[in-house]
Design a protein around this ligand. Structure first.
Ligand code: B12
Ligand code: SF4
Ligand code: SF4
Length: 286
């Protein structure tokens, strides 16, 4: 069995097309469009050390995360062939449309469901890929699904809100796109997406050659996301104010509970109705 890009694309498409977790409870349609993106990066790429400077020293390199996993399960640990696999799960067009038309302050029902049940599907997908790789006798771990290594730091030396394993930074390393002014990750399927990543003990051909040097390369600085944010959390000067954003995002909990009967926060208004919603924006969108 060859484990390559096609293998991952087929497995993810199959999962999203068949697994009940990818059906939105509102009407049974897909939460994520199965037409996904996948990228690879060598687990020893120097960018993972750079992330310790950019994000914080708590952000794990693939070698550190995989070693923690081996120690936890007392399994033999060889790290020479580690690769990172990152993927983009595009949010369905119906959900994007609804979140754009619903309100200028509160998320729509489908968007809130995507935050809660879509993230459950995303983590189930990460575990499914690990299990499918193990069937091929390839070891793998999805750090965000491992409670002993995944943490979110609300405050840390360099600022606020950063985790020990950032999926978007993995997607950047794997050449899938770049960050935007809003902090969202711009890619061929659009900024309105959720993403995931795992570490695989198998040498996969790196896509690092597709990675731009500028972390904001695909953002046109059009400023549309500035106008879409109800909290004023995005500005040209301060870029994305995570603390202000998080305050608005958390303030949606009672609204979502009362109106959609689910216990979750969400927003994402800066990811719909903007030139990067459905793909990489063109310079004319400025
Ligand atoms: C903590 C967290 C939050 C925090 C902080 C967000 C943030 N910007 O970090 C809060 C609560 C505010 C938040 C809000 C939201 N979140 Co959130 N969140 C996370 C979580 C759990 C960890 C993120 C993390 O560790 N960030 C680390 C910090 C350092 O990242 P950063 O500040 O964005 O990084 C900047 C710097 O690195 C800088 N930079 C400077 N120099 C350099 C140099 C280089 C080389 C590079 C690469 C970068 C770089 O560029 C980056 C962008 O500005 C991830 C899940 C995960 N495990 O990844 C989801 C995640 C980021 N959230 C997600 C989403 C969808 C949301 C919301 C839309 C809420 C919702 N679901 O409705 C909003 C959107 C906020 C926004 N505008 O981006 C998605 C993002 C998908 C996307 N489309 O981009 C993620 C990836 C979850 C997922 N599984 O898909 N979230
Ligand atoms: S809306 Fe415009 S400025 Fe904002 S992230 Fe997208 S391309 Fe960049
Ligand atoms: S997620 Fe909401 S509050 Fe945060 S930056 Fe985007 S629009 Fe603003």
């Amino acid at each position: 069995m060859v484990i390559d890009k096609k293998w991952f694309l087929d497995k993810i498409k199959g999962f999203l097309s068949e697994d009940e977790s990818n059906k939105i409870k509102v009407d049974g349609s897909f939460i994520f469009d199965p037409d996904v993106l996948v990228g690879f990066c060598d687990g020893h790429d120097s960018i993972f050390e750079e992330y310790k400077e950019i994000i914080g020293d708590f952000h794990l390199t693939p070698v550190e995360a995989y070693t923690k996993y081996c120690e936890k399960y007392k399994s033999p640990c060889s790290t020479e062939n580690l690769s990172v696999v990152a993927y983009i799960l595009p949010i369905s067009q119906n959900t994007k449309k609804e979140n754009l038309e619903y309100s200028k302050e509160m998320p729509s029902e489908r968007w809130a469901h995507t935050r809660l049940f879509g993230e459950q599907a995303n983590q189930k997908l990460q575990k499914y890929l690990v299990a499918e790789l193990k069937k091929q006798e390839i070891d793998a771990v999805a750090p965000m699904t491992q409670g002993y290594m995944f943490r979110i730091h609300r405050k840390h030396k360099k600022g606020v809100w950063a985790s020990t394993w950032s999926h978007r930074h993995m997607a950047f390393a794997a050449g899938l796109g770049s960050f935007g002014l809003s902090d969202g990750f711009i890619n061929e399927k659009g900024i309105a997406m959720r993403c995931g990543s795992l570490i695989v003990n198998y040498a996969l051909p790196s896509d690092a050659d597709k990675r731009p040097t500028d972390p904001y390369y695909y953002c046109t600085n059009c400023g549309s996301c500035i106008k879409r944010c109800p909290k004023g959390a995005i500005t040209y000067e301060g870029r994305h104010d995570k603390q202000s954003c998080s305050e608005h995002v958390m303030s949606t909990i009672p609204y979502i509970k009362n109106n959609y009967q689910i216990n979750i926060y969400s927003c994402g208004l800066c990811q719909v109705g903007v030139p990067c919603s459905d793909g990489i924006p063109s310079a004319e969108d400025k």
